[in-house]
Design a protein around this ligand. Sequence first.
Ligand code: DP6
Length: 344
Amino acid sequence: MTTATATATAHANIALVKYWGKRDAERMLPATSSLSLTLDAFLTTTTVTLAEGGTAPGSEHTATLDGGALTGGQLAKVQRFLDLVRGLDGVEPSLAARPAHVTSLNTVPTGAGLASSASGFAALAGAAAAAYGLDLAPRDLSRLARRGSGSASRSIFGDFVVWHAGDLADPERGDLTSYAEPVPAAADLDVAMAVVVLNAGPKSIGSREAMARTVATSPYFPAWVEHTEADVAEAEAAIAAGDLERLGDLAEASAMRMHATMLAARPAVRYLAPASLEVLDAVAALRAAGTGAWATMDAGPNVKVLCARADLETVTAVLADGGRRRVLPALPGPGMVVERQARP
Ligand code: DP6
């Protein structure tokens, strides 16, 4: 039997126009399109190896993350994903019968709370598809990664990326048409991101559950959906025109609207911590003093600040506030890469 193994690397991405809410949780179809920037920091490297003789009944996929065995819900998510991959058209039955072992390493500063399902499932999609003998086009890898975690569809690509909501009328067509792709950018658009790491204790609620609660109970959710599609189109236009100010303005508005829609859920979902608000004030002060800086936040207290590459040092230093805060500078990063594979 041949060794079937592959290793892939993918980077985190930060949405500038946010994804918040699914229209189909089974197929992982989003309520809206979204748009992101892939970063050069915070990456996941994942190796998938198919078991040699593991076709005995009941033999299952196994996985480790940063050296520890995955269990419970996390393992179940990875197992479901691997079953999806081996069930795809084009996987030879002899390979499909073999369970996989996954070894995943996150390169994130310890304790930063930035481990990302986006880089994780993008790397897993690339490594698992290759290990099971598939040669998928980037668009199909993006559709596959989406099934693991919505935002992972965007980490298949580098730099600016749009993830299309896809056909809204028909779920089958929606599955085919909901993928990510690169957004063409003006040559002189040179952006960066300062990631402000705030320690605010453990997360109150995971993003998947928070999203579902928002869809089910927030009266603001329809308004969020209505505005987001237009925001994506405007962000694409700003990127094409190299207009950082317009892009930054839109990104900050999208993040605030996303948090507004979840604050209106019952019970409310609140990721904004007092320390986050302080950073939002500091970003506003930077802008008032003439430095282009715009804040965005995800399902946690950390604040990510978009700026011109030329301003990254200043923005990082100001937000670090003499060492009072931990700020990690990042630049645009590459898409998912399959680094090594032994062809089955
Ligand atoms: C706030 O992609 O982690 O980061 O699809 O349920 O796995 P699932 O959710 P996930 O949600 C990310 C939400 C966000 C905004 C964004 O990245 O667009």
